[in-house]
Design a protein around this ligand. Sequence first.
Ligand code: IMP
Length: 171
Amino acid sequence: MQPRPLISTQDIAARVPALGSEIATRLADGPLTAVGVLRGAFIFMADLVRAIPRDVRCDFLGVRSYGAATETSGVVQITSDLGLPISGQHVLLVEDIVDTGLTLRYLLDLLQAQGPASLHVCTLLNKPSRRRVEVPLHFVGFEIPDRFVVGYGLDAAQKYRNLPYVAVVDE
Ligand code: IMP
């Protein structure tokens, strides 16, 4: 089944720079580290950090929670850890999508324990209807309905990550 476009390349290209400016304005002065959650956030992260007009260190966390299924297992596994210390840094956690919130809750606790100066979350997509735990979302690209989406970094069983827009796949 071909994915159907939901958020166009043009809409993404307009929203990401607005997020970058908002982040640069709202985060306190001081050292800033963006932490992208792999693999889904790699394309968003690349565009977002270029839209933040201040020094940004970039790091990544590899996370696995789904396997090939489209429902979260609730069990988060770190497949690749941070390479840089984040103690004393303003940390911006960059997510592709927040669905149940279980992955983000786990990652926030993990990062908070490492003593950042502050911890903020930026997610490209938010699916609020499926939330199972409360999580703070400071910067949100787009709110979307309860559909499984792919593209712009997001996958369905490792397919479609390189689509230049966000699309819905009918399961
Ligand atoms: P959560 O723990 O349920 O919030 O799920 C977060 C993670 O599940 C995201 O970082 C994605 O990797 C994946 N995910 C959730 N919804 C979707 C979707 O619609 N398409 C692709 N991946 C998704």
